[in-house]
Design a protein around this ligand. Sequence first.
Ligand code: ZN
Length: 69
Amino acid sequence: MKHYYVTTHANENGEHTIHEDECSIFPEIDTLEDLGYFYGYNDAYRDAKRKHKKWRVVACSECCSDGIK
Ligand SMILES: [Zn+2]
């Protein structure tokens, strides 16, 4: 399983980005919420949406390129 995080502050497009912990552009840890361990991006996405129903959640293009855009 992989360890996933989501940014707590939206970017300029109003989106919160999900990263794996081995991402090459991993953000500062204090700007992230720990989502936990999942088998893939889609499971991490569903968990982030369940916790934050109003957030627009997107995949990091570096580490989650197989995810939902
Ligand atoms: Zn990433």
